[in-house]
Ligand binder design. Sequence first.
Ligand SMILES: Cc1cc2nc3c(=O)[nH]c(=O)nc-3n(C[C@H](O)[C@H](O)[C@H](O)COP(=O)(O)OP(=O)(O)OC[C@H]3O[C@@H](n4cnc5c(N)ncnc54)[C@H](O)[C@@H]3O)c2cc1C
Length: 485
Amino acid sequence: MKKYDYDVIILGSGPAGFSCAMQSSKFDKKVLVIEANQEHLGGAWINSGTVPSKALRETSRIIQRYQNQFPEEAKEKPYSKYLMGDLLSYKDQILESKNKKVENDLIKNEVDTYRGYGSLVNKHTVEVKNWEGEKKKFTAEYIMLATGSHNKAPDGFKVDHEIVLDDNSVLSLTHIPRRMVIIGSGINALEYATTFSSLGTRITILSYTSEFLPFLDHDIRSELNKVLADNSIEIIEKVRDLSIGVNDLRGTVEVMHTLKDDKEKGRKYVLETEHVLYLGKKLPNTDGIKLDKVGVELDDEGFIKTDVTFRSSVESIFATGDVAGFPRLASASFSQGRIASCEMFREDNSLEMPDQIPFAIYSIPEISNIGLTQQEAIDKGFNVAVGRAYYKNITQGDVSNQQTGLLKIVFDQETFKILGIHIIGERASDLIHLGQSVMNLGGDIRYFIDHVLNYPTYSEAYRIAAFNGINFVHKAGVKYKKILK
Ligand SMILES: Cc1cc2nc3c(=O)[nH]c(=O)nc-3n(C[C@H](O)[C@H](O)[C@H](O)COP(=O)(O)OP(=O)(O)OC[C@H]3O[C@@H](n4cnc5c(N)ncnc54)[C@H](O)[C@@H]3O)c2cc1C
């Protein structure tokens, strides 16, 4: 007789839990996924984060492109031409089919599911309380915590889902707002800012940090600043003392704040808006799981501490995805869930997260990067050279009427090895993978001139950037014969 009901019990069916379930089933293990959401599987990935925000973004991008192509169309703002309901109905169809797909994949792979809120009883036992209030206990050799994260609003205002929205309620808007203040310092703030700005909404981003998205390479930042200026998107940094009120006389919402290090110390600034979108600090979904019962350790910010295979401080308990902290992305969560499963069920597991993972910001236009920025490479002591390709010099940019964009390769002047790739422009999040592959397979920038790439494509940017970089090295005094392989 088996010692436990299951080989692994997984709390949460987002990308971290889902990938752990799928990989474990491939090892012929008995798997139970417990999901607290009564209606949907798939977590923030499918229902409120990654997929729906991208679907809305895609609609906005198409509208913006259409207006750029036919300037006559741009005379009327999208918010007076389109209904939010129509834009979001396309998103609803995607969510429905993705939800069905997750459910079918779990069924096909013989993964059991149970709906309810799971919490730890001991190192091998989970108790689940379902929506009727019934409690049930399950045991397993391993427990995977993949419960995700949530936004926490600061003191001073409340997310009421009517005026002040979050990443869930923004997707239930019935109209396209004329004016929106976005509170947040992360990539989602930029994504929603450009998504709504493409629909004609006037956007102000209020950021707590002293530099918005400080990890961007400086050339990418310069291009981004031009995009923001062209779209009249304002970013106000070092914001403090936020509060929100309704001005009944003017029929507007007022966002009040002060600024850190303001010359006029304590001055209160007021912004009038129609809606506020709060995308602030993310906190792990750990409340109520009873981690303290079994001694699972947390880091300073409350995320679950793990080793490189996502094992927590308790041997039989793993944690992956947002609840385990940085980078809090669906992309990384898929790999983390799989790595943890391999650690549980594969002897001599050697899988770990790769050193370099790509990051993407689905703003309009997209931004994506992998590896070191130019400054980071200099600081690390490399003999740095860069190659740049502007979209206005790429034939595909002309063909698609996409003149805004830059692909930049940071490389070592002596070995030509790629140290980092930074892209802003159409298809950046896909384009990055060509550079990532060359980089990870030990190639160097000469790959892009020694191989034939389809033409016209945005990938041509790699060829142009490689030539630009090589010319730089040549001008610095290295003979061309020495540069070529
Ligand atoms: C607006 C937005 C846009 C995003 N865009 C991107 C993007 O473009 N690319 C990208 O890679 N990432 C993106 N992300 C991040 C991505 O959505 C998350 O990193 C990812 O969903 C985290 O996966 P997870 O499995 O850890 O958690 P989740 O997907 O949040 O799933 C956790 C699940 O656990 C369930 N749960 C919670 N507590 C319990 C419990 N006690 N018992 C049982 N079940 C429980 C929840 O109901 C939920 O279904 C975005 C996020 C947001 C908010």
